[in-house]
Design a binder for this molecule. Structure first.
Ligand code: PRX
Length: 654
């Protein structure tokens, strides 16, 4: 495999690129025929009347008239095959405790969990919020909800009670599924306490979850408060459900909602991204097949939390639809030692490792010795997701972890896209890789890079990534907010009068002369901290909750490990004075209200924020000061002294 940069690898030169381009051409020239054929690889109760309904753009609908249930494709289909006895999950807890679930056992547990949900009164389309750590009951709960046609909305267990409450309220959830606690960095976290607080805060906002189902992680001795008539131990309910319980999979329309997953946007309110039953199923199945080229003896470890889309698609739905064996790990990948991650790869003979540039940068910082202590010869593919991967980090991953043998599958995608959209596709043909480029769009993905006016850019010219045609895995909308869906994703480049609908992911990108796409980061006011999306407004809102704060502005600044970290600039209220203690308090407030990921690296105190004459905060200037970049056009700035002040504060703190 060639990894050199700049070779003339254009379509006409390389057979792998040629093969990929031929399939892409086929997929885009006749979308409906292409997907009609491929959707039949999956089991449906009824086939569709129409592959793509584009009569009400941008509310595109896939496989309309089709009826299915994704759990049949993830589980039931294996029960009559040898995969039945294959391992679905090797689970490992942070302290080293383990559990192994075969496909048969997983199927059985999903049926039993589904029965418990039904007995609790959960009906199709009810929203079930799942706030759970990385234990096997998390995928089991998701699959059980999907089996009975309920809509799951998983909230990352590291999120605060307030973040949980906001999501419960927005989705008007009927049930919350949680756990007593879990291990993180050697400490036991009492999750039920946070869940209780979340439920209380949601109630204050007028949404009362009827019931709370509490799973025991096992091995913990936690003081758990159970509210009579509201809270139920899962253990106690499931022990009365026989092992041979069969809950028929609820027939779901293809364009019904499979799940909601909240993601940060440019306003304070998170967006409830909705994925469909049929479109998500077909797209994740094929995208997975193309990017990972799954083989029967593979062991896949997606080292992500199921609370994010990466976990939904690559720990739960797609690998199960391919009958893959997965590793699922509870804790921090560098606990108790920096080589925990490599120890797990060695122990389970992992063949595909999928992680984020943030994690890779951290492992690289720990040093090669930690990697070299372990036999990693089982690895055959290494994946990267969540942010652009720096070429040097790419090379380290390729050479030190992969021993120069394992292609790096750098996958660009988003919560909204369901699965990988731009990535090398060894399942079709492995194109020559270039460190730092996610290479080419997958079949069915009509991606391009355009300038401000929406015109295709020339090679080397920075622009915006766009997707010019619908694809099956696209989000089907934002829960309860169709206008925001149109505004956020379709307004920027579409021309509705001409019938042109263009999806805008809000990422910068550039195409090189060989047609390779290089992702360059977010084009909106969303930060990417360690691969996690955080809105500047969201963090500012959390800072403003501190009584001392009058105004706040947040920007992202580069960080060698996390890629980007928040920097806060704050104006205090009368009577408060800047201090180290106050900075710490503000950080704690963000930690409590939002999550530890959102905590600013620094809080700078100033008397005035840089604003335009019309009062809009010029975050761009704060960023320029902190990164030493030129200030650019400051003609709309209300008061130049405000920038001088930030400069001074930054110099003092640096
Ligand atoms: O900016 C892009 C970045 O992550 C964003 C999506 O974040 P989220 O919805 O949380 O999903 C993360 C997991 C898919 C994108 O808009 N991003 C994701 N993957 C890459 C990336 N940036 C560059 N290269 C990638 N491979």
């Amino acid at each position: 495999m060639a990894t050199e940069q700049g070779l003339p690898f254009g379509e006409k030169y390389h057979p792998a690129i040629k093969k990929l381009m031929e399939l892409r051409r086929e997929s885009l020239e006749n979308i409906e025929e292409f997907w009609d054929k491929r959707a039949r690889a999956l089991i449906w109760f009824k086939y569709w009347d129409k592959v793509l309904d584009d009569s009400n753009p941008p509310f595109f609908r896939w496989f309309v008239g089709g009826v299915t249930n994704i759990t049949v494709n993830a589980l039931d289909r294996w029960i009559e095959t040898p995969v039945k006895n294959k391992v679905a999950y090797y689970w490992e807890g942070e302290p080293g405790d383990t559990r192994v679930l075969s496909y048969f056992e997983l199927w059985r547990e999903v049926n039993r969990f589904a029965k418990v949900l039904k007995d609790l009164g959960i009906k199709p389309d009810d929203r079930v919020v799942i706030y759970m750590p990385m234990i096997p009951e998390l995928p089991i709960a998701m699959l059980a909800a999907a089996r009975i046609g309920a809509i799951h909305s998983v909230v990352f267990s590291g999120f605060s009670p307030k973040a949980l409450a906001d999501r419960i309220v927005d989705a008007k959830a009927k049930l919350l599924i949680t756990a007593d606690g879990y291990y993180r960095r050697g400490k036991v976290i009492n999750l039920k306490k946070n869940a209780d607080e979340g439920v209380r805060l949601a109630e204050e906002q007028g949404v009362k979850v009827e019931k709370v189902l509490v799973v025991k992680r096992g091995g913990l001795d936690l003081d758990v408060n159970m509210v009579e008539g509201r809270d139920y131990w899962y253990d106690e309910l499931v022990k009365n459900v026989p092992y041979n319980t069969y809950v028929p999979p609820e027939p779901r329309k293809s364009d019904d909602v499979l799940f909601i997953l909240y993601s940060s946007g440019t306003t304070g309110k998170p967006k409830g991204i909705m994925h469909s039953v049929g479109g998500y199923m077909v797209w994740t199945y094929w995208s997975f097949k193309w990017t990972w080229d799954p083989r029967p003896d593979d062991v896949m470890w997606t080292a992500a939390d199921i609370g994010w889309i990466t976990g939904h698609t690559y720990i739960v739905y797609a690998p199960l639809m391919h009958g893959m064996t997965n590793v699922m790990y509870e804790g921090a990948p560098d606990y108790p030692q920096p080589d925990r991650v490599w120890e797990i790869v060695e122990k389970y003979r992992v063949t595909i490792l999928y992680t984020s540039p943030t994690a890779i940068r951290l492992f690289r910082k720990y040093g090669d010795e930690w990697v070299k202590k372990h036999d990693l010869s089982s690895l055959r593919l290494l994946g990267s997701v969540g942010e652009p991967i720096n070429p040097d980090v790419w090379k380290w991953y390729y050479e030190v972890v992969g021993g120069g043998k394992t292609p790096i599958v750098d996958t660009w995608w988003q919560t909204e896209t369901g699965a990988a959209m731009i990535a090398p596709v060894p399942g079709i043909a492995l194109v020559p890789l270039k460190p730092g480029s996610a290479t080419f769009p997958l079949p069915g993905v009509d991606a391009d890079v355009v300038n401000d006016k929406g015109e295709p850019t020339k090679p080397g010219e920075k622009g915006y990534l766009v997707i010019k045609r619908p694809w099956p895995g696209m989000l089907i909308g934002l829960w309860g907010d169709p206008q925001r869906y149109i505004r956020t994703y379709w307004q920027r480049f579409s021309k509705p009068d001409e019938g042109v609908w263009i999806y805008y992911p809000a990422d910068y990108a550039v195409k090189d002369e060989d047609g390779y796409i290089w992702m360059l980061g977010r084009a909106d006011e969303v930060l990417n901290v360690a691969g996690h999306r955080l809105g500047t407004t969201e963090i500012e809102d959390a800072i403003l909750a501190h009584p001392a704060v009058a105004e706040a502005a947040v920007v992202g600044i580069p960080d060698p490990i996390k890629g980007e970290v928040p920097l806060a600039v704050v104006v205090l209220r009368e009577g408060y004075k800047p201090s180290k203690e106050l900075e710490e308090e503000i950080k704690q407030t963000v930690r409590k209200i939002l999550s530890p990921i959102a905590v600013p690296k620094r809080v700078l105190f100033v008397n005035k924020l840089p604003k335009t004459r019309s009062g809009k905060i010029m975050r761009r200037l704060i960023k320029a000061v902190a990164t030493g970049a030129p200030l650019g056009d400051v003609s709309t700035l209300e008061d130049e002294a405000s920038v001088e002040e930030i400069k001074r504060a930054w110099e003092e703190f640096k």
